[in-house]
Design a protein around this ligand. Structure first.
Ligand code: SF4
Length: 503
């Protein structure tokens, strides 16, 4: 006979007690299932801290639910489907429900397995609402979406003579937030690490040999309580100094004043609305300036939710986009941490190795820029970033890598490729000072690989970019180079050495 108690299946990135199918249910109303898939664990060369974070957060969530009185079946199985099958066999469950998964494949899987889906409530804008907003628009810019979000969610808005208007008199304080790295040797907000417990230690012991990166050290919140503590800490110490240097890169600083809250939001430990509310409250209380608060809130209800919306709008064909026909494998400097003389790449990779994290400009203008200008395959790069960052997920990485960093969607998301030579990195980081390459040189042994690859990238794709007026100036500069032949010959050497892990 079937068991009348339904099962709520909680997926590994939906770890919130008041979310989805679990929201209104108590211990007597349902049984809870969590499945760790061996296939998923073995599917990538995960960063140690990334895999530990997900597995430990699932185990902590299961323990909290048990403590509350829930009957929890947390099992490891060859696949998610096998885990559900075994659960159904053991408990003769008639009804299984789950919140809409965070991935396209997850949603397909749940439908195939006959799992009832409950609407996903982990974002402030559901992807159906995003699709409705986008429909009928010939272009849908992030900035337009962000302003729509601010207005409808009433975030950082104040009364004006003609109705609600943005706090501080303008929507966007970007121009205040692009300062170069300070040279005054200032200290940056520190974060409290969480003590590892028996659950953490058990997970660490069982991590597969294939993992890479530094051991988990309590940097990443694995429970709701830890995530809330991290949010409070950021608002108290990191939010005010966040804005001005959010795009700067310092060799000695892996996060500067960045919030490092993305992993908690992406696992469901924090809801974006509470994060935004806490930041906005700090502004209204006079504890943080508008440029920092606005810049941070734009990342959360603007960029993050925009990326979530376009993922669902353009999947599943979006993941195979490769508009620039880039075919190169992820090079050893990224794929296996090979040594490099490129100081900016070495510094970013050190941050990534030690923490499973690098901030948005290191991702976009160092790792992404290298992949774009050297022609790395977009799907392979997406996969590598997904496995390497603590906050990685398909919905995050696909639009950010395919659309934003690698221009593999042909300009659907970014109106021009984010390619740059060494000049940008020299302006926004302190890496070039200690690098054996020269950001101003494009040919010769001392030439900065970014500078060489930038010009080669423009030359290689000149035909494709011919109609893009935003690139007209750069293409004209490229054509006027007297040494373009030498630059392109040097680019061949650069990618050969990059491929061989000798750059
Ligand atoms: Fe990076 Fe080039 Fe600067 Fe070296 S010179 S740190 S490779 S941008």
């Amino acid at each position: 006979m079937s068991d009348p108690v339904p099962t709520v299946w909680v997926l590994g990135d939906q770890l919130h007690r008041r979310s989805g199918a679990l929201a209104d249910r108590g211990p007597g109303d349902c049984r809870v299932l969590l499945v760790t898939s061996e296939r998923k664990v073995a599917s990538k060369r995960w960063h140690r801290q990334r895999l530990h974070l997900v597995l430990s957060a699932m185990a902590h969530f299961a323990a909290e639910l048990r403590e509350e009185g829930f009957d929890v079946d947390h099992r490891t199985a060859p696949t998610l489907a096998a885990g559900l099958r075994a659960h159904r066999d053991e408990h003769a469950v008639a009804r299984v429900m789950a919140m809409d998964p965070m991935s396209w494949d997850g949603r397909e899987l749940l439908d195939r397995l006959g799992v009832e889906r409950v609407r996903n409530d982990q974002f402030t804008c559901h992807y159906d609402e995003f699709a409705a907003w986008a429909s009928g628009r010939s272009s849908f810019k992030m900035e337009d979406f962000y302003r729509w979000q601010r207005t409808r969610l009433d975030v950082l808005m104040e009364d004006g003579p003609e109705g609600p208007e943005p706090a501080g008199g303008q929507w966007n304080f970007d121009h205040d937030n692009r300062e170069r790295p300070p040279k005054d040797g200032r200290s940056w907000p520190t974060i409290e690490r969480f003590e590892l417990d028996d659950i953490d230690r058990g997970v660490i012991e069982a991590l597969p040999e294939s993992c890479w990166g530094a051991e988990p050290d309590g940097t990443w919140p694995v429970s709701r309580a830890q995530a809330v503590a991290r949010l409070d800490e950021f608002v108290a110490t990191g939010l005010a100094p966040f804005g001005p240097h959010e795009d700067a890169m310092l060799a000695s600083e892996w996060k500067l004043a960045h919030s490092v809250l993305s992993s908690s939001m992406n696992l469901g430990l924090l809801h974006p609305s509470e994060v935004v509310e806490a930041a906005a409250d700090a502004y209204w209380a006079g504890d943080a300036p508008i440029n920092s608060v606005e810049g941070f809130i734009r990342q959360v209800i603007g960029w993050r939710e925009y990326v979530w919306g376009v993922y669902w709008l353009w999947m599943p064909e979006y993941r195979s986009r490769n508009a620039l026909d880039a075919r190169r494998a992820v090079p050893p400097v990224l794929a296996s941490g090979a040594d490099t003389e490129m100081a900016c790449v070495a510094n970013t990779m050190r941050h990534l190795r030690d923490h499973g994290y690098a901030h948005h400009i290191e991702r976009l203008m160092v790792l992404g820029n290298l992949a774009l200008t050297s022609g790395i395959d977009p799907a392979a790069m997406t996969d590598w970033m997904w496995a390497s960052f603590v906050d990685g997920a398909e919905w995050v990485m696909l639009p950010n890598v395919i659309g934003m960093a690698l221009y593999a969607d042909g300009g659907r998301m970014a109106t021009k490729p984010y390619a740059s030579g060494g000049a940008y990195i020299n302006r926004m980081s302190d890496s070039c000072r200690s690098c054996r390459f020269d950001p101003k040189q494009r040919t010769g042994e001392d030439a900065c690989p970014f500078t060489t690859l930038y010009w080669d990238f423009l030359a290689r794709n000149a035909e494709t970019f011919a109609g893009n007026h935003r690139l007209a100036r750069q293409l004209a500069s490229m054509r006027s180079l007297g040494d373009l032949g030498e630059v392109r010959a040097r680019a061949v050497e650069v990618v050969t050495r990059l491929d061989a892990g000798r750059l």
